[in-house]
Design a protein around this ligand. Structure first.
Ligand SMILES: Nc1ncnc2c1ncn2[C@@H]1O[C@H](COP(=O)(O)OP(=O)(O)OP(=O)(O)O)[C@@H](O)[C@H]1O
Ligand SMILES: [Mg+2]
Length: 388
């Protein structure tokens, strides 16, 4: 039984000096009572943030990966963390967008100030404006006191606008103004407030498509997209899977006292072949489940969830299973449609590339694809000559 012995690697950040971040927050437009409330809220927010920051720093390996794709991300984070540029983090769900946003904040001069996340997709659109910009007492029924918005709470810190793609059109224009002029009005007030916050946004939807559909403002898109960071899906960096698995197992062993020794080579092979539609989050959840159910010893193929067994059956099959299913019928347990289609496409692309010695023009001709489509698929699926 072979255990994976990959060692973990992680990004080592340089933490900037905090001496320049100790200035008192400026009166950024609030009246005295509102400022008191703001300072109270910001203070409690800061305390939570302190916990998060120390939690982050205490983690020896917060951001796992050593694939070329993830090394590029590390380099980009180091380059842009300590600037005030707006960053747009793109990537499928569970790829680590929030982790990157926190890394940017924690490695910037603003790190002793609040990191204020707002999940634009989770807050009902009618409440989002209040959440972001605050409101004045009496602004609407139920507004019984002034409320400080997240732009104010993030003053001198970082505002993380998560799921920005779901932002209602009426608010997009207000966000644009707040980004450009660093000022805004709370709901029910005509006094202009100021906030010096750095804005980081994230989305898992294609904003260019939303712009072309007219549901996302083009000017806001360009204003946000100053520095784009696109996180690769886990299936595009499969070489990181063993590292992540070992990291999560070690993490749960330490945190919960489990005694998992490792993963058998066969089980690791199945885990590496699975498509991970939920990316690192799905991998983390499966590792947690395996640790809870197994609690000690080595994780074997029989310990893996059923959906992963299907991948194994598929990859170990020497015949073409789909032709069998077409004649005999689909088994009651079902079949992983997306994985099958992706695998079939990958096999065809790999074959064409192998036959043409990785000449992409010729491979595209063989498959009647245009070259750009083929190149996109190769990139998206992380296909490489060594995988043949
Ligand atoms: N490279 C990594 N190393 C270690 N843990 C990771 C890594 N990437 C993601 N994670 C973990 O995976 C989980 C999901 O990450 P995160 O919340 O940052 O993803 P996300 O892209 O913001 O997802 P969503 O779009 O669904 O909000 C978190 O628990 C995070 O700690
Ligand atoms: Mg997220």
């Amino acid at each position: 039984m072979n255990k994976s012995d990959n060692t973990e690697t992680s990004l080592q950040f340089n933490i900037p000096s905090t001496s320049e971040t100790q200035n008192e927050p400026a009166n950024n437009g609030w009246t005295k009572p509102a400022l008191d409330q703001a300072s109270e809220q910001a203070q409690s927010h800061l305390q939570t943030q302190e916990k998060n920051i120390s939690g982050w720093l205490a983690e020896a390996t917060p951001f796992i990966g050593q694939s070329a794709a993830i090394k590029e991300i590390f380099a980009l984070i180091e380059k842009v963390a300590n600037t005030d540029s707006t960053v747009l983090i793109l990537g499928e769900s569970g790829t680590g967008k929030e982790l990157v946003a926190r890394a940017l904040h924690n490695n910037s001069i603003r790190r002793s100030r609040p990191f204020v996340p707002v999940n634009c997709g989770a807050i009902p659109s009618e409440l989002l404006e209040t959440e972001l910009f605050g409101h004045l007492k009496g602004a609407y029924t139920g507004a019984i006191a002034n409320r400080v918005g997240r732009f104010t709470l993030a003053h001198q810190g970082t505002l993380f606008l998560d799921e920005i793609g779901t932002m209602p059109a009426s608010l997009q224009v207000k966000i644009l103004r707040a980004l450009q002029l660093k000022e805004f009005e709370p709901v029910g007030g005509n006094k202009t407030l100021k906030s010096d916050c750095r804005v980081i946004a994230a989305t898992n939807i294609d904003l260019e498509v939303e712009v072309s559909k007219g549901t996302f403002r083009e000017d806001l898109y360009y204003r946000l997209n100053v520095i784009p960071i696109t996180l690769p899906s886990l299936r595009e960096r499969r070489e990181d899977i063993p590292l992540l698995i070992n990291h999560f197992i070690k993490h749960f062993n330490t945190k919960k006292g489990y005694k998992i020794e490792g993963v058998s080579a066969e089980a690791m092979d199945v885990l590496c072949r699975y498509n991970w539609p939920g990316n690192v989050r799905e991998l983390e959840n499966i590792c947690q489940r395996l640790c809870i159910l197994k609690s000690a010893g080595t994780i074997e193929v029989s310990d893996l969830p059923a959906k992963l067994h299907q991948v194994r059956a598929l990859s170990s099959s020497t015949t073409t299973p789909w032709s069998h299913w077409l004649t005999e019928g689909i088994p009651d347990a079902g079949i992983p449609f997306d994985d099958l289609v992706t695998q079939f496409e990958n096999d065809l692309i790999n074959k064409a590339l192998e036959q043409t010695r990785w000449n992409k023009n010729k491979a595209a001709q063989l498959l009647h694809l245009n070259r750009t489509t083929l190149v996109e698929k190769i990139k998206k699926r992380g296909l490489a000559p060594s995988h043949n």
